[in-house]
Design a protein around this ligand. Structure first.
Ligand SMILES: [Zn+2]
Length: 244
């Protein structure tokens, strides 16, 4: 038995399959992550093959067969695409990290419309806004960690729950998250955060205005990368940030 379904989705990745087809992975509004075969997608004449490209936001019609993880796409229509992302290496790099993380942190058939809206909005921001791509990535990481249950607070100690201020000394444990100076003791499962680094997280999670330099933003991303690797076995680190 198979059923025909329709949903909006963002294309997370696409790989070749067989001689002429492709398998695409999507994060969809109504069915969470899903993978589907696009038959004949490698032919330049395949309209669906061209439409289903990484980053694109599409309206999909697909067949779902019982007991199978792989679906068949029968129709795709464009909702939005983001040409400016592909024209700028920094935008490209950090938004590919957004897709990579979404793939690692979500599971098939588990809908999360809020996460879907957040992902679509983030890609729109990468395309349209002048905001530093690193800031957008950090914001998205904090958002998706919260949405998928891995979130950690940056404005209070994860052990004694004391509220922290931007000037506090803080330690980041890859196991438990932020710790105040008193609770961190001699722990070695993380790193002492510089004032600048802590301020990035503190300000982003409390929506305060701030300025920071790019190397501190890269350190913040590296720290989150280690934290996610520790908690999510499917996540192998931000591959595109190393390659591009
Ligand atoms: Zn504490």
């Amino acid at each position: 038995m198979s059923e025909i379904l329709k949903t909006e989705a963002v294309v997370l990745k696409k790989i070749n399959y067989g001689d002429s087809s492709k398998i695409a992975t999507f994060f969809s509004k109504d069915h969470g992550k899903l993978s589907a075969i696009i038959k004949g997608a490698r032919s330049p004449k395949s309209k669906i093959g061209l439409m289903i490209d990484v980053f694109n936001n599409v309206q999909l019609v697909f067949y779902r067969k019982n007991n199978r993880d792989l679906h068949f796409i029968s129709q795709a229509d464009m909702i939005a695409h983001y040409p400016k992302i592909k024209e700028n290496l920094d935008k490209l790099k950090y938004s590919l990290a957004v897709l990579e993380l979404t793939d690692a942190l979500t599971i098939e058939n588990e809908a999360n419309p809020k996460l879907y809206r957040g992902l679509s909005r983030m890609l729109q921001l990468f395309n349209d806004s002048e905001e530093e791509p690193r800031t957008l990535l950090i914001k998205y990481i904090l958002f998706i960690l919260k949405e998928t249950g891995y979130g950690t607070d940056f404005n209070k100690c994860s052990s004694c729950e004391r509220k922290l201020s931007a000037n506090d000394k803080a330690f980041f444990s890859y196991d438990s998250g932020i710790l105040c100076d008193a609770c961190s003791g001699n722990r070695i499962d993380g790193m002492s955060m510089s004032k600048e680094l802590f301020e990035i997280f503190f300000c982003l999670t409390t929506n305060s205005n701030f300025e920071y330099n790019i190397s501190d933003a890269d350190k913040a991303i590296a720290l989150l990368d280690k934290f996610i690797k520790r908690h999510v076995s499917e996540f192998r680190g931000f591959q595109f940030l190393q390659i591009l």
